[in-house]
Write a protein that binds this ligand. Structure first.
Ligand code: ARG
Length: 464
């Protein structure tokens, strides 16, 4: 069949070329946005006197009917069409005749596709923001549930200093709140209307781009028509923000995988979010956490695909840009699926505070506090650091820990040691003393929790 764009060519392409050229298998998901865009376009054309009111009415009624039929399943997407834009226009024209042929006045598929993609991703970004908020809530709730559980904090994956488990959890809340910020920023830049840029140069018709932008809920228009049709920054920025968000989920999942191993046993993931082994009956595998970690790479790949597709493109539209959709849709779908499993997995996770404490009791993680004790008794920190190291070595020789090393042994290292040292190196006490803002004391962690809650209660929800 000859194409709608038949002009200088005979419009007959080979089946192989048609299949290769077609994007309808993946862009048909934008049918709602395509229809909403066309409704707004018809209204603008009529307001400007470019089409008549009755033509506008029949276009709008036709489009609404197509939308209803697509939603109900009465109308099926014809996959032999080149893309969703062609499909909607074709069905409209079949249904209403001539007015349907007037819809494409003062626009091009170049600005139409840029519009649809912005509308589609704007909504998806909003949905992802809501999901991230729920993730923050789930993690903060866990932190509240296990407010005072003490665990070893790590650097280099070596036990470092005692911290509250809740403190570590809230660190992830902070990351996710920044992710919300990034997505909100991205959505703001995305929220400009490209429609009316037409093929690239604008149009001779007396259009009202701002009116059309307003109908579609945009906060403004793209100010340069060539940029309007060439710009895919908003998609790259979205995948980039999602990549960072996925990196956060992945780090968290890595900890969940470690913590649920027999080596740690700090947490137990619920049966609903683990799997068994087909051969080893004792196994409980953290597949969901592993898959989130694994899918992070896929989202990074989506970012690379898009950036690479764009990097050599001269202005304005090039067909390469059709390759923007699959990566950005995949990134959005993957991020939503990961958040969708992450949230209940966290909510159902149980912590094992006794095991955390046991781990905290070995590894001399209160050695810094022992040094600080001597500093408070007047010794310079560098000397105190050395003596605390000697105390650790003595414990090593005797198979003891700092809490059980007798005072006589301490006295051989420094006369400043006294009975009160034991209170200073008590693990809970070590945690309670770290009252600096943002620190690990229950008081500081409580303040962090309140801060997070206050952000979640704001309509925007980011970290500002
Ligand atoms: N399916 C195309 C895309 O996704 C729509 C724009 C086509 N424009 C054109 N000049 N061929 O990019």
């Amino acid at each position: 069949m000859a194409k709608m764009w038949q002009g200088v060519t005979d419009g007959v392409t080979s089946k192989i070329a048609d299949d290769f050229n077609s994007s309808i298998s993946f862009d048909s998901r934008m049918f709602r946005e395509d229809i909403a865009g066309s409704v707004a376009h018809a209204k603008m054309l009529a307001k400007q006197g470019i089409i008549s009111d009755s033509e506008k009415d029949s276009i709008v009624t036709g489009l609404v009917g197509i939308l209803e039929d697509l939603e109900s399943g009465a109308l099926r997407i014809d996959l032999s069409c080149e893309d969703i834009h062609m499909f909607v226009e074709q069905v409209l024209t079949e249904r209403i005749g001539d007015p349907g042929r007037r819809l494409h006045t003062a626009r091009s598929r170049n600005d139409q596709v840029a519009l649809d993609l912005r509308l589609y991703l704007r909504r998806e970004t909003g949905e992802i923001i809501v999901l991230i908020k729920s993730a923050v809530e789930a993690v903060a709730k866990k932190a509240e549930e296990y407010k005072t559980a003490v665990m070893p904090g790590y650097t280099h994956l070596q036990r470092a200093q005692p911290i509250l488990f809740s403190h570590q959890l809230l660190a992830y809340c902070m990351m996710l709140l920044r992710d919300i910020d990034r997505l909100e920023d991205c959505r703001e830049r995305m929220n400009r209307s490209p429609i009316g840029s037409c093929a690239l140069a604008g149009t001779t018709y007396n259009t009202d781009r701002r009116f059309e932008a307003e109908l579609l809920g945009f906060s403004g228009i793209c100010h340069n028509s060539i940029d309007g049709v060439s710009d895919r920054d908003f998609a790259a920025e979205l995948i980039s923000s999602l990549s960072i968000m996925m990196m956060h989920l992945s780090r968290f999942c890595e900890e969940l995988i470690l913590w649920s191993s027999w080596e740690f046993k700090f947490i137990t993931l619920s049966d609903g979010y683990t799997t068994g082994s087909s051969i080893m009956p004792q196994k409980k595998n953290p597949d969901m956490a592993e898959l989130i970690r694994g899918k992070t790479g896929r989202v990074y790949g989506d970012l690379m695909s898009l950036l690479t597709a764009l990097k050599g493109l001269p202005l304005a539209y090039n067909k390469d840009m059709q390759e923007d959709k699959e990566p950005v849709f995949d990134a959005v779908d993957t991020a939503k699926a990961c958040l969708g499993v992450f949230i209940p997995m966290i909510s159902e996770m149980r912590a094992n505070p006794e095991n955390m404490l046991k781990a905290a009791q070995t590894g001399f993680i209160n050695a810094t506090d022992l040094a600080d004790y001597l500093v408070r008794k007047g010794m310079p920190f560098r000397s105190a650091y050395k003596i605390a190291g000697q105390a650790v070595a003595k414990c090593g020789e005797k198979g003891l820990v700092l809490e059980t090393l007798p005072l006589e042994d301490y006295k051989t290292l420094s006369e400043l040691f006294d009975e009160d040292l034991y209170k200073d190196i008590d693990l809970m006490n070590c945690v309670e003393k770290r009252i600096s803002e943002g620190g690990t004391s229950p008081e500081s962690v409580g303040a962090q929790l309140n801060y997070i809650k206050s952000l979640l209660n704001k309509p925007t929800g980011g970290s500002r």
